[in-house]
Design a protein around this ligand. Structure first.
Ligand SMILES: N[C@@H](CCC(=O)N[C@@H](CS)C(=O)NCC(=O)O)C(=O)O
Length: 242
């Protein structure tokens, strides 16, 4: 099946957390792809994404160029076309454990895309970058972010308690790495790169299981390969839209 599908392109930037999620899956599965550099709301991004976001996933099939948007949909498509090196149990499995694990993965993908992303990126990461760009003093930034950090802490505590980490599993949905890890990791990697990420960083981390999972994630090749030009790597966006 995969032989019929050619010229795979991912439209986005390494800094984008949803773009990184898809890249993590493509790297993990060793699927060749070209990254088309595009910031959201630009002509290149908008050419493929009617809602002006990134990422978009392009490929050629049967002589026609096709585009898919929405990261969860893209991951389901990738799994269907390239089932080797699975990042979730097969969707057609009738084993109850597989059905249940898939449901947990879907929950965690939704939790990552909504509660985690929305509490990490706009109110904390992007807000800090904007304050830094505006050359605010560090103590003022810390003060301005206090409420958002408190809310974020509650979300991350719930994530830790809801995930399989609470049962001392290695990854968020159990002992295997899955798309759940690849959706949750990128925003938390951004958080770890700034002051407000202390709760999941280092020896004094309060969320110890989440911090240990992050450490485990950072030993994985696909995670290392997709780190360049992210916040962790010191990259900063040329403009911010909050
Ligand atoms: N629901 C979309 C979300 C994509 C998304 O929000 N991407 C961010 C970059 S990580 C973006 O384009 N942000 C621009 C904006 O919010 O204006 C998905 O699952 O792919």
């Amino acid at each position: 099946m995969s032989k019929e599908l050619i010229n795979v392109e991912l439209v986005g930037i390494p800094f984008s957390t949803f773009t990184r999620t898809i890249r993590l899956g493509l790297e993990e599965k060793s699927i060749p792809y070209k990254l088309i550099f595009a910031l959201p709301h630009t002509d290149v991004a908008n050419k493929y994404h009617p809602f002006e976001r990134i990422p978009s996933f392009n490929f050629e099939y049967d002589g026609e160029k096709q585009t898919l948007i929405e990261s969860a949909a893209i991951t389901n498509f990738i799994d269907a076309i390239w089932p080797e090196i699975p990042l979730r149990p097969s969707r057609i499995s009738s084993d109850l454990n597989d059905i249940f694990t898939n449901a947990r993965i879907d929950e965690l993908i939704s939790i990552a895309s909504n509660y985690v992303f929305n509490s990490v990126e706009p109110p904390v990461v992007k807000a800090r970058l904007k304050f830094e760009k505006d050359q605010k003093q560090e103590n003022e930034i810390v003060c301005l972010l206090t409420d958002s950090v408190q809310q974020l802490h509650q979300i991350l505590t719930k994530l830790e308690q809801y995930s399989a980490l609470k049962d001392n599993k290695q990854f968020l949905a159990g002992d295997n790495i899955t798309w759940a890890d690849f959706f949750c990791y990128p925003p938390l990697a951004d958080l770890r790169a700034i002051n407000e990420g202390k709760c999941i960083q280092g020896e004094s981390a309060q969320l110890t299981k989440l911090a240990a999972w992050m450490n485990r994630m950072e030993t994985i090749e696909s995670v290392k390969k997709t780190m360049k030009d992210t916040l962790q790597d010191g990259w900063r966006p040329p403009f911010l839209r909050l």
